[in-house]
Ligand binder design. Structure first.
Ligand SMILES: [Mg+2]
Length: 288
């Protein structure tokens, strides 16, 4: 059986090098990029140093309330955004709230939509919340808020005696409460958060078995959250995609994100872009 010759250097078999390539005009289709922000297109100076990013190329991209820069982009991150801006509609998809999103400065076109608060808020191009999405989120979060408030009070009462630097609060934005956040004022998270889990949280979840299904506990190096599972960037992305697909049957969907909490929305995309040093990439590829 004869084999077809292998193409050389990207040319089709039988086509001489240097001859005119016969390609049809590329058919452009609507392209979206759902873009996580923190640690995807900028990061803290400490992380830039830790990862050996060339300091002289860094530019401020996110600011604190005081006006001090706290997020910096590299040359490569700005080039990535430049390329994406040329071909895609960029939809920021972030855990930030409305105020901290306003303090992000990126060279991208004004987005048609912005997903904030882990998917809890969807703003249109004029900065107005999507009324249907706001209604859906309010309905899906309502059953969990009393339990989160009760848990917050329990944690704060426990912390008064056992770990006074620890405090719990409910995080909300634009009139809607979303989830419980626990932090340590003295940044002793590595000792106080495990102590809290052992003394209170694990027992609380065991005692409220029915709530295990609807609440998700996540702990990282700096904080601990208890979040309703209905709060997920993926749900907001799915909601927007339904509308885009109705108008554009042929659609290319890209997603970029660094954290495990981005996995839900990246799964809905045709291609997932994960930055180097990302928690998510380490999960996939293992530590270097
Ligand atoms: Mg991120």
């Amino acid at each position: 059986m004869s084999r077809a010759p292998l193409p050389r250097n990207g040319l089709r078999a039988g086509m001489a090098e240097g001859s005119e390539t016969r390609t049809s005009t590329p058919e452009a289709i609507k392209t979206l990029l759902f873009l996580d922000l923190d640690d995807t297109v900028f990061q803290s100076q400490a992380k830039c140093r830790h990862h050996g990013m060339a300091e002289h190329t860094l530019e401020p991209a996110a600011f604190l309330e005081s006006g001090e820069a706290h997020g910096f982009s590299t040359l490569a991150q700005r080039q990535f955004l430049r390329l994406m801006t040329q071909g895609a509609e960029i939809i920021p998809t972030t855990a930030r709230n409305a105020a901290s999103y306003q303090r992000v400065r990126l060279a991208i076109a004004p987005p048609p939509w912005v997903i904030l608060n882990h998917g809890g808020v969807l703003l249109d191009g004029h900065g107005q919340p999507h009324p249907l999405w706001a209604e859906r989120m309010a309905a899906s979060l309502a059953p969990w808020l009393p339990a989160l408030h009760a848990l917050k009070d329990e944690i704060n009462a426990w912390a008064t005696c056992e770990a006074p630097s620890l405090y719990a609060r409910i995080i909300g934005d634009l009139g809607q409460e979303f989830y419980l956040l626990v932090k340590d004022r003295e940044k002793r998270h590595s000792s106080t958060l495990p102590k809290l889990r052992e003394a209170l949280l694990d027992a609380w979840f065991a005692a409220h078995g029915s709530q295990r299904e609807g609440l998700f506990l996540h702990q990282n190096a700096n904080n601990l959250t208890v979040m309703p599972t209905s709060l997920d960037k993926g749900h907001a992305v799915a909601f927007l995609l339904e509308d885009y697909r109705a108008r554009h049957p042929e659609l290319l969907v890209l997603g970029a994100g660094d954290s495990r909490s981005d996995a839900g929305f990246l799964r809905l995309c045709d291609y997932a872009l994960i930055p180097r040093h990302a928690q998510l990439l380490l999960d996939l590829a293992g530590a270097p």
